[in-house]
Design a protein around this ligand. Structure first.
Ligand code: AMP
Length: 393
């Protein structure tokens, strides 16, 4: 997440809820993307530095737990920059110009200077962020899905170009030998089923089998994984995007909730502000008088009911609107209550965390160390694949 402003409900429903859940079952890395913030706002120095710590506080107030996940700052792990540079060498310009967010953002943020090398390379930097941790899944909002797709394409291109070391097949066969007789037999059978019959289930089963191979080094596991799919060594892992139920959380005006549209409710909003913002939300423009029936499908308030309300409340709002049985303020009532109930505890936890800034800094400091260790291992492998490991030879 870029530290460009206060976190809002779009961040919460679009991604943070997923983070809180995923940290229970997966090894997770969450970082403050300060370099990314510079790609769209290089002149906003203070904004970025203020928001770095606020963002860490907000995450923790929402339930992101530093005992379960690694929390860190992008610019403290130089490996992101190194991988970004190396990936940029093999990133076709056409791929970057075709990323949908590239043209969209230029259209929508006309007041900003986005005609930069850095902004075009935004998704390459994001690919580096993901690939340097060998991430299998990336919990993002809908707007970022195209970036995860580009990440997969860059990983595939990298593996294709640099995964073909001399004697690859012999090395892969030798690695299979280290898996033990029974497991090796199973692996070969699954590989045959995938390669000869296109059996995707066999592919997933074989991947799961490899996850549990304690006898293989990282490099050997990468070879056996690449061999499975008929390619070279898998140096970089292709990730999947992971979405929540609200991958495009609507804002107060019906467009995607976003700071640049000024349509947000912040996670630390006061109760009064929540109430005021929702009460003044626009509704179906055709419903001019209280007695006019409305159309919930044309109303930004109903979009919020889709996120917050039970089936029963949604039915009440839908029918009441269509029949003019309820007014727009009535319809907004349950939402005001639901949002207040959601942000109240987050605000209180954030206030408590702010009392102890040393703790937050320590959490992030430890996270940076831990992230660096993992990123360093990947880069050793990446340098060696490209042939840049002469210092290590
Ligand atoms: P950003 O603030 O653009 O750096 O976004 C941080 C993360 O929050 C990204 O994964 C976005 O996709 C996600 N996000 C931001 N706004 C929304 C929204 N309104 N709905 C869903 N996800 C969002």
């Amino acid at each position: 997440m870029r530290p460009t402003g206060r976190l809002h409900l779009g961040h919460y429903h679009g991604v943070l809820r997923n983070w809180v859940e995923l940290q229970q079952s997966h090894e997770c890395f969450f970082f403050i993307a300060d370099w990314h913030a510079l790609t769209t706002a290089y002149e906003e120095r203070e904004v970025i530095s203020d928001n770095v710590w606020d963002m860490a506080v907000d995450w923790m107030a929402c339930g992101v737990n530093p005992n379960l996940a690694t929390l860190f700052i992008q610019s403290r792990v130089m490996e992101h920059a190194e991988l970004h540079l190396l990936l940029s060498m093999i990133s076709p310009l056409g791929w970057l110009e075709r990323v949908p967010t590239y043209k969209d953002q230029i259209e929508q943020l006309r007041e900003r200077d986005l005609a930069t090398y850095g902004f075009l390379g935004y998704p390459v930097l994001q690919s580096a962020d993901i690939l340097v941790y060998g991430a299998a899944g990336v919990p993002v909002g809908e707007d970022q899905v195209s970036h995860v797709e580009l990440t997969r394409e860059l990983a595939r291109r990298f593996n294709h170009l640099f995964g073909r070391e001399p004697g690859f097949e012999d090395k892969a066969e030798a690695a299979i030998g280290k898996m033990g007789k029974k497991q090796a037999r199973l692996y070969r059978e699954l590989r045959r089923r995938y390669q000869e019959e296109g059996d995707d289930e066999a592919l997933s089963e074989a991947r799961a089998l490899l996850e549990n191979q304690q006898n293989l080094t990282l490099a050997d596991r990468a070879r056996v994984a690449g061999y499975l799919e008929g390619g070279g060594r898998t140096v970089l892992t292709e990730p999947q995007a992971l979405l929540t139920r609200a991958p495009r959380m609507p804002g107060l005006d019906g467009r995607k909730m976003s700071k640049s549209y000024g349509n947000t409710i912040a996670l630390r909003e006061s109760d009064d502000q929540v109430e005021k913002k929702i009460r003044t939300m626009p509704t179906d423009p055709a419903r001019v008088r209280r007695t006019d029936p409305g159309d919930p499908d044309k109303c930004p308030v109903f979009d919020l009911h889709r996120v917050y309300s039970s089936d029963e409340t949604r039915r009440w709002a839908d029918q009441g609107c269509r029949s003019a049985g309820i007014g727009c303020l009535d319809c907004k009532g349950p939402l005001i209550d639901a949002v207040k109930a959601e942000v109240g505890p987050i605000r209180e936890r954030a206030e408590a965390l702010e009392e102890d800034p040393g703790h937050v800094r320590q959490v992030i400091g430890e996270g940076c160390e831990r992230a660096r260790e993992v990123a360093r291992d990947t880069m050793r492998d990446v340098r060696s694949a490209i042939g840049l490991d002469y210092r290590q030879r």
